[in-house]
Design a protein around this ligand. Structure first.
Ligand code: PHE
Length: 341
C-alpha cells in the first residue's frame, strides 16, 4: 500500500505541474483529496492493514495529503495571479484621446520692435506713459494747439464717436495728459500706443497703426538735446554708423518742427531703390514743445522748455524686417507671424 501511496503522490504532483489554468486545479483537489478522492479512499482502507502498519501508512497518507494541499494552494495563488495579470493586459481599454496639439505663440513683430525701442529709452532714464485710445477732442486737438478749423479735425480725417469724443489720431494727447499729471515736475516719457485715422487700407495705409511719442520737459532743455537723443536712438536701433538728418516741417504742437531721417539701412546712404536714391529714410516727426502747449499743460514757457517726437512703429518695423505691406501686421496670418519665432 505504501508503494501505492507514493505512486499516487507522484502522479498528483506531476499533474499539478502540468496545470495551466487555476480552475483545473480544483479537479485535481477533488480527484486526490476529495471525499471520494484517491487518498481519502486509501485512508478508508486502513482497516485492512495490520495494527503495526496502520499508523505508519495513515501518517504517511496524511502527510502527503497536507503536502499536496499546500502545493495546490501555492500553485493556485500563482496561477490566479498570472491569470489576473493576463486579464489586465488583454482587457486593457485605451481611454486616452489623442491630445489637442498646442501651438505656442510668438511675439508679434510690432511687439518685438516696441520692446527694443522701450529698452533704448528706459536706458536713457525715460518712463513709459499711456493714454486712452478713445480720446476727447480737448486732449487730441485743443491741448495740442490745433486751430479750431485745422483740417485734421475734419470728419474725413478723424473717426468721431461724437462731437467731443474721437479715436485718437496720434499719441500726442498723452503729452498733454502727462503734463497735467506731472506739472510742475520735470518729464521724460515715451508713450506707445494705437492710433486711428479715417483711411482706406492699402500697402502703406491703415485706419489703425501705432506710434511712440516722446516728451521731455524741464528747465534748460535745448533743441540740441533733441538731436542728441534721436541720434543715440538711431544708433542703438539701427547700428553705430547711423546718421540722422533734420528737415524743417510743421506741427501745431512743436516750434520749430522737423522731420527726422536716418541714413538708409539698406544701402548705408549710397542711394538705392528703397530710399529712392536719396540715401535717407524718414522715421519720425519732432520739435521743441510749443509754448502754448507748455502753458496749457501748466508749465511757464519762460521757465520750462522741452522737446517732443513721434514715430510710427509699423514704419520702423517695416524697415528692420524689410516688410513692404502694412496689412501683414493686422491680418493675423500665421505664416507671416511665425517667421518671427
Ligand atoms: N503727432 C505727430 C503725428 O502724428 C508726430 C509728432 C509727435 C511730431 C511729436 C512732433 C512731435 O504725425
Amino acid at each position: 500500500m505504501k508503494e501505492q501511496v507514493i505512486a499516487l503522490k507522484n502522479e498528483a504532483l506531476e499533474s499539478i505541474k502540468n496545470i495551466t489554468h487555476s480552475k483545473d486545479l480544483e479537479d485535481i483537489r477533488i480527484k486526490y483529496l476529495g471525499k471520494k478522492g484517491e487518498l481519502t479512499s486509501i485512508l478508508k482502507q486502513l482497516g485492512t492493514l495490520s495494527a503495526d502498519e496502520r499508523p505508519v501508512v495513515g501518517g504517511m497518507v496524511n502527510e502527503i495529503k497536507n503536502e499536496i494541499e499546500n502545493i495546490i494552494n501555492e500553485t493556485l495563488k500563482k496561477l490566479v495571479n498570472k491569470e489576473l495579470n493576463e486579464k489586465l493586459v488583454n482587457e486593457k481599454i485605451d481611454i486616452t484621446l489623442d491630445g489637442r496639439k498646442t501651438h505656442s505663440g510668438v511675439k508679434h513683430p510690432l511687439r518685438i520692435v516696441l520692446d527694443e525701442i522701450e529698452e533704448v529709452f528706459l536706458g536713457l532714464g525715460f518712463d513709459i506713459a499711456e493714454g486712452p485710445e478713445i480720446e476727447s477732442d480737448y486732449y487730441n486737438f485743443k491741448a495740442m494747439n490745433f486751430e479750431d478749423d485745422h483740417p485734421a479735425r475734419d470728419a474725413q480725417d478723424t473717426l468721431y464717436v461724437n462731437k467731443e469724443v474721437l479715436f485718437r489720431t496720434h499719441t500726442s494727447p498723452v503729452q498733454a495728459r502727462t503734463m497735467k499729471l506731472k506739472c510742475p515736475d520735470p518729464i521724460r516719457v515715451i508713450c506707445p500706443g494705437r492710433v486711428f485715422r479715417r483711411d482706406a487700407i492699402d500697402p502703406t495705409h491703415s485706419p489703425q497703426f501705432h506710434q511712440i511719442e516722446g516728451l521731455v520737459v524741464d528747465k534748460n532743455v535745448k533743441f540740441s538735446d533733441l538731436i542728441g537723443t534721436l541720434e543715440l536712438f538711431a544708433k542703438r536701433m539701427f547700428g553705430d554708423n547711423m546718421k540722422i538728418r533734420l528737415r524743417p516741417s510743421f506741427f501745431p504742437f512743436t516750434e520749430p518742427s522737423v522731420e527726422v531721417d536716418v541714413s538708409c539701412i539698406f544701402c548705408g546712404g549710397k542711394g538705392c531703390s528703397f530710399c529712392k536714391q536719396s540715401g535717407w529714410l524718414e522715421i519720425l516727426g519732432a520739435g521743441s514743445v510749443h509754448p502754448n502747449v507748455l502753458r496749457m499743460g501748466g508749465y511757464d514757457p519762460d521757465i520750462y522748455s522741452g522737446f517732443a517726437f513721434g514715430m510710427g512703429l509699423e514704419r520702423i518695423t517695416e524697415l528692420i524686417y524689410q516688410i513692404n505691406d502694412i496689412r501683414y501686421f493686422f491680418e493675423n496670418d500665421i505664416r507671416f507671424l511665425h517667421q518671427f519665432k
